[in-house]
Design a protein around this ligand. Structure first.
Ligand SMILES: [Fe+2]
Ligand SMILES: [Fe+2]
Length: 476
């Protein structure tokens, strides 16, 4: 079992102390990172002490240390899960051979690209969330936000480690560029669309951590299948942190739903205007936010039919979700996979499985997304309210892939552009929905108290009570 070296300036379990060249590369990147965190990270809480967890070891039964720390004192580090002895390549042309401890020359470019695209999402979400601390609905939620932020910062470190350690000068340049692109920047935007969308309010934040962090889970899980072992071990460790981000999303949305239901029962009305007048977020508005975040997150998987995905798989760079549990030859040269495509009607057609890997990953994602929705619906039904949240059709509101050029309704109908645009505000958050939600974003900083639009959590974090002082605010 690996323990983490906390004596090094950069906590790590990759023997940095023995690698002066790599240490120098990382230490010369560190000031840029610190500047970026100061300029683009959480705004206005430099002096606050936040109850955060950090890794103590990277054992599968993870242990964490918990304590109050300033965000600027958080110790970002480089943690990989322990190597799996005799690990073999699980898929593609080299299936059954030993995994690689270094980058094969012929796969240098595609591997670097995969790492850069994943790496780019990590600081992007920190940028998207940088103003949310100021409107947290509780100290408990503020802590959750900052935990996500520091861990996304650490994920950036994880990717920069791979770039610096294995990709020489190109890698160092990419590491710099990861701090130069910014979410929503007109000239140098982040690579993927959803990471350039603003996260202006806490309903968006919870939807983002539910739907977009979950895309991260599936991307990381398929990179964890990589033949390039250091990438696999890096992603396996990141996945554990990711689980907590999705917990924040699942429970966050659930609490907003619960509060809406409580208010509906109190006032004896389910009319959205009445719910809003009582300071809660009506369920149809929650549905529209869900539609938005789900559809932009589906775009992150890339085109449903993709020759890049085929190349990555065949070369062993990126596998499928839980590759070894799938019952087939793991090479897929003759296999087919059903893919939906809009041709006058939306029809399912068998396509070459290698081309359809992004669809296969999307299918796993969609099943996983449905679980939380089911949980939210249970809360609605438990309150005796007749309403059901649903995932819209996978072709709804898409900008990437098979459905990019057509107009699909949430229940899967194909309509023309005009008809679709006429209903847009029924299906996606309208400017007035957004300004209503924004009007609720009044900070609540007294420990244990919650904003009126969200129910308290079922329990506190790490066994602490809900009214624990998760963030100690101090004047800067
Ligand atoms: Fe992440
Ligand atoms: Fe995340």
């Amino acid at each position: 079992m690996t323990t983490i070296d906390y004596n090094h300036r950069i906590p790590n379990n990759v023997d940095l102390a023995d690698d002066r060249k790599l240490t120098r590369a990382l230490e010369s990147w560190m000031p840029s990172f610190e500047n970026w965190w100061r300029d683009m990270g959480p705004q206005g809480f430099e002096a606050a002490d936040v109850y955060l967890r950090t890794a103590v070891n990277t054992n599968i039964h993870r242990e964490s240390a918990w304590g109050h720390t300033k965000l600027t004192d958080y110790r970002w580090g480089i943690f990989l899960t322990d190597p799996e002895p005799d690990r073999k390549i699980s898929h593609g042309e080299f299936k059954g051979m030993d995994v690689w401890q270094d980058v094969p020359g012929e796969f240098r470019n595609p591997l670097r690209r995969l790492i850069v695209v994943q790496g780019d999402t990590e600081p992007a979400s920190v940028e998207q969330q940088r103003h949310l601390g100021a409107t947290a609905p509780s100290i408990y939620d503020m802590r959750g936000l900052f935990q996500v932020n520091v861990e996304e910062g650490r994920h950036l470190w994880a990717m920069v480690y791979l770039l610096d350690r294995f990709f020489g000068r190109d890698g160092r340049e990419e590491a710099q560029a990861l701090l130069e692109r910014h979410s929503g920047d007109a000239d140098k935007p982040r690579i993927l669309g959803a990471f350039n969308e603003p996260t202006p309010d806490w309903l968006s934040f919870f939807m983002f951590t539910y739907f977009t962090d979950r895309d991260g889970k599936f991307q990381l899980a398929s990179l964890a299948e990589s033949a390039f072992d250091p990438l696999s071990r890096t992603c396996n460790f990141m996945l554990r942190e990711e689980a907590h981000h999705m917990f924040i999303g699942t429970t966050g949305v659930e609490r907003v739903v619960q509060r809406a239901c409580e208010v509906m029962r109190e006032i004896g009305s389910d009319h959205p205007d009445d719910v809003r007048a009582s300071g809660a977020i009506d369920l149809p508005t929650i549905q529209r936010y869900l539609n938005f975040h789900y559809s932009v997150s589906l775009d992150l998987f890339g085109a449903e039919l993709s020759s890049n995905a085929a190349t990555y798989f065949s070369a062993g760079l990126k596998g499928r979700f839980r590759e070894i549990t799938i019952d087939d030859d793991h090479v897929l040269t003759d296999a087919v996979y059903p893919v939906l495509s809009p041709n006058g009607l939306i029809i399912e057609k068998d396509e070459p499985a290698l081309q359809a890997l992004n669809t296969a990953l999307q299918d796993e994602y969609i099943d996983d997304c449905a679980k939380g929705v089911k949980k939210w619906n249970r809360a609605i039904h438990a309150a005796g309210i007749d309403f059901e949240l649903v995932l819209p059709h996978r072709g709804f509101h898409r900008e990437v892939g098979q459905f990019a050029d057509v107009h699909v309704t949430p229940d899967g109908g194909l309509v023309d552009r005009e008809a679709w645009e006429a209903r847009r505000d029924d299906w996606l958050p309208s400017p007035s929905d957004r300004s209503f939600v924004e009007s609720l974003m009044i900070p609540v900083v007294e420990p244990g108290k919650m904003a009126g639009w969200i129910a308290p959590p079922a329990s506190g974090i790490n066994g602490q009570p809900i009214e624990y002082e998760y963030v100690k605010l101090r004047a800067a």
